[in-house]
Ligand binder design. Structure first.
Ligand code: ZN
Length: 347
């Protein structure tokens, strides 16, 4: 028997906003645009790739013959130490300030074609280790207020180079999403003497329908208040403000959770699944952020094979997400996927 359609608002406790879930609309015919199938045929090495070992980058630097994770300063930084010090101050009520920081690229692997979903647990663990190291080192610098780490994956989120990589922006300012989440978590801790994210984890465990992975130290789930159809949170079960606070055992659990989620994603439509994946971390300005629970968000832009979720009137205009899919149904779809990657099986 099909589940009853969902037509309600759901509270997003971290963003402190309502998500409108109108899942009764999802069977309406789609006459809009689709995107091309993601190509799964990247070579192991590409001579024109700025991330492959031994290749020259636009800055003139040559990549070393690296064998694991390779981190370097971004040749096209959005924020950087070269941002001008002096600029014209605008009239009130406008304001301007320096866009300072350090931008780096993390090449996950020397292999041009090896995405996270197809990596071993030790290979994914070394990516997590690079996040820990960079967060600790960059966060210790006086000019850095926050370390934003993220991966954009796939043509549909504007990444033309398939070589698996992430980015780091260590900035002299904090980012609005994490400011909002910090405020929400601080208020919740004050009012309830408990952690907000810990209570989200407990609620997901009790319900169980949206949980994709859990072991001793980490959990992955489609949140009850998902804004994107296949949105997934991956988190350590212990509340720590930064990825750098994780133990080795917790990092390895996180790597297992990341593997489980990315394999399910790829298996869903048997294609390399695109997403935006930010690490939600507290500021790194020396303050006390014990109320903040570090986690990783997967925000996939596709709602069906080759069909983008467009942000339009409700999202861009109104500022709240309207989702026409049910998080329970999407959780069930992902839970039903095998945990062996489709390209690793002979079928
Ligand atoms: Zn490459």
């Amino acid at each position: 028997m099909p589940a009853a359609p969902i037509w309600e608002q759901r509270w997003h406790p971290l963003r402190e906003e309502w998500v409108i879930v109108a899942a009764h609309r999802q069977s309406r015919p789609w006459l809009g645009e689709t995107v091309r199938d993601a190509k799964d045929d990247a070579p192991e090495y590409a001579g024109d790739c700025y991330l492959c070992p031994g290749n020259e980058r636009v800055s003139g630097a040559t990549n070393p013959p690296y064998t694991g994770v390779f981190v370097f300063d971004n040749d096209h930084p959005c924020v950087g130490p070269l941002a001008p010090d002096a600029f014209e101050m605008p009239p009130r009520p406008y304001a301007a300030r320096r866009a300072d920081g350090i931008a780096r690229v993390i090449s996950y692997t020397p292999r041009h074609d090896l995405t996270v979903a197809r990596m071993s647990i030790p290979e994914i663990s070394s990516i997590v280790d690079s996040w820990r190291r960079e967060t600790r080192d960059l966060g210790a610098r006086a000019e850095v207020k926050q370390v934003l780490i993220f991966e954009n994956k796939g043509d549909v989120v504007g990444v033309s180079n398939p070589h698996p990589h992430g980015q780091i922006y260590a900035t002299n300012f904090t980012w609005k999403t994490f400011d909002t989440e910090l405020d929400a978590q601080r208020r919740y801790a004050r009012e309830n003497a408990r952690g907000l994210f810990g209570d989200v984890i407990d609620a997901e465990r009790r319900d169980g329908r949206r949980v994709l992975f859990e072991d001793e130290h980490a959990i992955a789930f489609v949140p009850y208040f998902a804004r994107y159809a296949y949105e997934v949170y991956v988190a350590p079960t212990r509340q720590v403000p930064h990825v750098s606070s994780l133990s080795d055992a917790e990092s390895e659990s996180l790597a297992r959770a990341l593997k489980s989620v990315t394999v399910r994603y790829d298996n869903l439509w048997r294609q390399s699944f695109p997403y935006v994946m930010p690490l939600h971390q507290a500021p790194s300005d020396g303050g006390n952020y014990d109320d903040f629970h570090f986690y990783i968000g997967f925000l996939p832009p596709l709602r069906r094979p080759n069909t983008l979720k467009y942000l339009a009137g409700p999202e861009i205009g109104g500022g709240n997400f309207l989702s026409d899919t049910s998080p329970e149904e999407k959780g069930a779809e992902l839970r039903a996927q095998p945990v062996i990657h489709y390209r690793e099986t002979s079928a």
